[in-house]
Design a protein around this ligand. Structure first.
Ligand SMILES: Cc1cc2nc3c(=O)[nH]c(=O)nc-3n(C[C@H](O)[C@H](O)[C@H](O)COP(=O)(O)O)c2cc1C
Length: 214
C-alpha cells in the first residue's frame, strides 16, 4: 500500500500558504517588531533610498489605478523651517531631528490622469470630474492607502517611520501647494529610529473584538 510521507505539519491555511508566506524575520520587520518612532539616530537617508522607497510603494493597488498620492520630501533645514510653524508643539522636535519628513498629499484632480492610467474605462475621468464628493472621497481613501504602502515599503527597505497628523493641513497646503491643487493628508518622518527612546507598545484589539466572519 502506498504511503504519504508528511514532511511538515500543514498550517490551517494549507501547505501552499505556508510555503509562500514571508519569513518570520520579515513579518517581525514589517509588523510584529516595527514601531512608530519619535526619536532619530543621526544617520542620513539618501536620495537613492527615497527613489527606492517610492518605486516600491507605487505598486500598491488603488481604485481604477488612480494613484492620487503626491509626496514632498523635506530634507533641508530650510524646508523643515517652513513646516515648523504648522506643527503641533509635541511634533516639532520629532520633525527637526528626523532625516526626512514626507508630506503625504494627494492630487485633488487625480482624475485628469485616468485616460493614461486606466484607459479601459473611457468615461472615468468625467465620472470623477463631475462628482466632487466622489472624487474627494476617492482621493482621500486611495492616498491614505498609498501612505500605508509607503510605511510598509519603508520598513521593507530597513527604514523606520513616524507618522503624524498633528499639524494644520490648511496652512501646510497654503505654504507648500499654493495653487490649491494638491492637499496634504499626513506627515511621515523617515530615518533610523532610536530604539532606546521608544515608549511601551500600545495594545491591539483581538480578532474577536473587532472582526466578524459572516
Ligand atoms: C495617521 C497617523 C497620525 C499620527 N499622528 C501622530 C502625531 O501627530 N504625533 C505623534 O507623536 N504620533 C502620531 N502617530 C503615531 C501613533 O500614535 C502610533 O502609530 C500608534 O500609537 C502605534 O504605535 P506603534 O507603531 O509604536 O505600535 C500617528 C500615527 C498615524 C498612523
Amino acid at each position: 500500500m502506498e504511503t504519504t510521507q508528511i514532511t511538515s505539519a500543514p498550517t490551517p491555511a494549507g501547505n501552499e500558504a505556508e510555503q509562500t508566506r514571508l519569513s518570520q524575520a520579515s513579518l517581525e520587520r514589517l509588523f510584529l517588531q516595527a514601531r512608530s518612532h519619535a526619536a532619530w539616530q543621526d544617520k542620513p537617508v539618501t536620495e537613492d533610498q527615497l527613489h527606492a522607497l517610492y518605486n516600491l510603494a507605487k505598486w500598491g493597488p488603488t481604485s481604477m489605478n488612480c494613484l492620487p498620492m503626491r509626496l514632498v520630501f523635506l530634507r533641508s533645514a530650510a524646508a523643515k523651517a517652513r513646516l515648523q510653524p504648522m506643527l503641533a508643539e509635541g511634533n516639532i522636535d520629532k520633525v527637526l531631528t528626523a532625516p526626512i519628513t514626507v508630506i503625504v498629499a494627494h492630487d485633488t484632480q487625480f482624475y485628469e490622469h485616468l485616460p493614461r492610467l486606466f484607459p479601459y474605462f473611457e468615461t472615468a475621468r468625467d465620472m470623477y470630474a463631475n462628482n466632487a464628493p466622489l472624487s474627494k472621497q476617492t482621493a482621500l481613501r486611495n492616498s491614505s492607502l498609498q501612505g500605508g504602502y509607503l510605511i510598509l515599503a519603508a520598513r521593507s527597505l530597513g527604514l523606520d517611520i513616524g507618522p503624524m497628523s498633528g499639524f494644520d493641513n490648511a496652512e501646510v497646503d497654503r505654504e507648500f501647494f499654493p495653487d490649491g491643487r494638491y492637499a496634504s493628508n499626513f506627515l511621515l518622518n523617515l530615518g533610523y529610529g532610536d530604539p532606546q527612546a521608544l515608549p511601551p507598545r500600545g495594545p491591539r484589539f483581538e480578532f474577536e473584538d473587532v472582526c466578524a466572519i459572516l
